[in-house]
Write a protein that binds this ligand. Structure first.
Ligand SMILES: [Zn+2]
Length: 279
């Protein structure tokens, strides 16, 4: 599933291709895609795309006159941009036709189709209004972070991926952040010392910025179908040697969610029960 760094790069890659172009038409090709009803989709016609952006794991297209297209790619959606003359495949769930002969499509192979879109009159509406702090913004201060996690009787990985607390971090980058902070994903937030909380807080923007730079370097100005994850240090690396200490990276599968970590570097004393362990 694309996370903050992926969406950040997609928004940056799209900007020079579509900003300044006018929308000829917008059409959902799957009935569940469009989640908003007011304004109607036809309100986007004739408007210019004035910018691209991101909030959490949502991609945003800003339109002239104060409207915004918001897209969530969910598990397997991706963005395609190219000439309108290429016939849309059966996997296309949404398309925007531009005045320069190109189209922007949301493509999602397989079933069920989970990607969703909204045409919003302002950015403080659902689904964006439910999101927590942006971890790359100035608002993400140590004080704010402490307020979000201090004393919480929840595992820190679960807090990191809670979009209502911090927006944009998913399973993969939560693993990378916890590895960088040398903290066990299974620790409960209320057991963290002030020093550990600060270490975790520093690791969040560091890891996300590092990932954005790595993805940009790999994809250049291209759009991609699968997330670029080849540079990750622990996530998806079960069985490989830890890049820091050489011990095998472990993976535990709990409730369909996998967590990858280094027992040594992250001081994992105890594994949660009930999970299947690999590596
Ligand atoms: Zn290690």
């Amino acid at each position: 599933m694309p996370e903050l760094p992926d969406l950040e790069v997609i928004a940056a890659v799209l900007a020079p291709r579509i900003v300044g172009k006018a929308i000829r038409g917008a059409e959902p090709l799957h009935p569940a895609f469009l989640q908003s009803t007011e304004p109607p989709l036809s309100a986007a016609e004739g408007r210019e795309i004035t910018g691209t952006g991101r909030r959490g794991k949502y991609l945003i297209l800003h339109l002239s006159g104060g409207l915004h297209f918001v897209v969530h790619l969910m598990r397997a959606g991706w963005i395609w941009h190219g000439p309108s003359r290429y016939t849309a495949t059966k996997s296309t769930v949404f398309r925007i036709t531009l005045d320069d002969g190109n189209e922007l499509r949301v493509i999602e192979p397989g079933h069920p189709k989970l990607s969703r879109g909204w045409l919003l009159p302002s950015l403080d509406r659902e689904p964006l209004s439910e999101l927590g702090v942006e971890p790359l913004s100035e608002d993400f201060t140590l004080e704010r972070f402490k307020g979000l996690i201090s004393g919480r009787r929840r595992q820190i990985k679960k807090l990191l991926v809670d979009q209502k607390l911090i927006a944009g971090i998913g399973n993969a980058y939560a693993d990378e952040i916890l590895f960088a902070a040398k903290l066990s994903p299974f620790r409960y937030a209320h057991t963290l010392s002030d020093e550990e909380i600060e270490r975790l807080w520093r690791a969040i923007p560091e890891v996300l910025r590092w990932a954005i730079a790595e993805i940009k370097a790999k994809v250049g100005d291209g759009l991609y179908q699968e997330e670029e994850r080849s540079f990750l240090r622990v996530h998806g690396r079960a069985g490989s040697p830890c890049p820091e200490c050489g011990a095998p990276i472990k993976e535990i599968l709990l409730g369909g969610q996998r967590t990858d970590f280094c027992m040594e570097c992250q001081h994992v004393d105890e594994l949660p029960g009930g999970g299947r362990i690999y590596g």
